[in-house]
Design a protein around this ligand. Structure first.
Ligand code: ATP
Ligand code: MG
Length: 309
């Protein structure tokens, strides 16, 4: 089964407990019970975490995520407490670590889509629906939807694909009130981000948010009821599909903004790799790494309007 070509050993840091190695990020818990998320330069394609990293990817996507949290702060509070490197941790965590409030996570991948592609397109072609929501005839790969839709999914383990679920199924799992809140918040966040991105020449085709409850929160007018908090990373190319507006052409698959060079090279004879076989993918050549790094810095620059170093 696809996964890591080489699973990295977690760095040992006194005072931090390693809790998880994700495809891209490493998670620790600190002495105060907070979650320490460290973004690496790892990159995945075709369900594999590749043996070659993209220099600065962890720092670029962390900075981008933090920038988005600020753009969205009035719609949902963020889980980030600090970006300080914890005492005793490697200095190279600087810029790619976020110390976050540990939340009671809601086990729903809150996906919003404004355009049709991927698993949504597959379901549409079969049933004219996405996550059970009826859509008009005549849509094709990359079409803009008449309105953004909430298409929740349940989490899968590394290598598996998340499974789309209906709104009713979400309500059954988390309660009707929470399901409605997730839907409303997800669509508000997506709409804001989509408009910001479009102004800057990028299409935000879809994205995934995760939310959790802050138990001793100030929700409900300061009553101490749990407060819904935006967690994880937000609106990075790892959690979202961005397309260039000037390259967007419905009716064919759109180019993935960040991983286009990687996928093209892996699928080409030059890589010598068969993605349908059972061998892990080979290391990436320097030129593919450089092009991909340039894509991440370009996305950062276009979206934020700030230079990358
Ligand atoms: N504030 C938070 N409190 C508690 N858990 C959180 C918080 N923010 C994010 N998480 C959880 O931390 C984990 C981050 O893991 P990560 O995304 O790196 O790997 P993964 O989800 O296992 O796999 P993938 O690499 O496919 O995303 C997720 O389970 C996410 O739900
Ligand atoms: Mg994840």
């Amino acid at each position: 089964m696809p996964g890591f070509v080489e699973k990295p050993e977690p760095v040992e840091v006194p005072g931090l407990e390693h809790v998880h190695t994700g495809k891209v990020r490493d998670l620790y818990r600190d002495g105060d019970g907070n979650l320490v998320m460290v973004a690496s330069d790892r990159v995945s394609a075709y369900d594999w975490v590749l043996p070659t990293g993209i220099p600065d990817k962890g720092r670029i996507l962390t900075r981008l995520s933090l920038w988005w949290f600020e753009q969205l702060a009035d719609l949902a509070p963020a889980h980030v407490l600090s970006t300080d490197v914890p005492p005793g941790a490697p200095a190279d965590w600087a810029g790619r670590v976020m110390v976050c409030r540990a939340l009671r996570m809601i086990p729903v991948e809150c996906v919003a889509r404004g355009y049709l592609t991927g698993s949504g397109l597959a379901e549409y072609r079969r049933d004219r629906t996405v996550c059970g929501l009826a859509l008009p005839e005549g849509l094709t790969d990359g079409s803009e939807l008449p309105a953004a839709i909430f298409t929740p999914a349940t989490k899968a383990e590394v290598g598996d694909h998340d499974e789309n679920v209906s709104h009713e199924e979400v309500a059954r799992r988390v309660g009707a009130e929470t399901a409605a809140l997730l839907r409303q918040t997800t669509l508000a966040l997506y709409t804001r981000a989509r408009d910001i991105a479009r102004d800057r020449g990028l299409i935000l085709a879809d994205t995934k948010f995760e939310f959790g409850w802050e138990e001793d929160g100030t929700g409900d007018g300061g009553s101490g009821a749990p407060r819904l908090v935006l967690a994880d990373e937000v609106l990075t190319p790892d959690s979202s599909r961005f397309w260039r507006l000037d390259e967007w052409q419905p009716g064919r698959p759109q180019k993935p903004y960040d991983k286009q060079y990687i996928r093209d090279w892996l699928a080409s004879p030059a890589s010598g790799w068969d993605r349908h076989g059972n061998q892990p993918p080979p290391p990436l050549p320097g030129e593919v790494v450089a092009h991909t790094r340039a894509r991440y810095t370009e996305a950062y620059r276009l979206l934020t309007g700030l230079p990358w170093d």
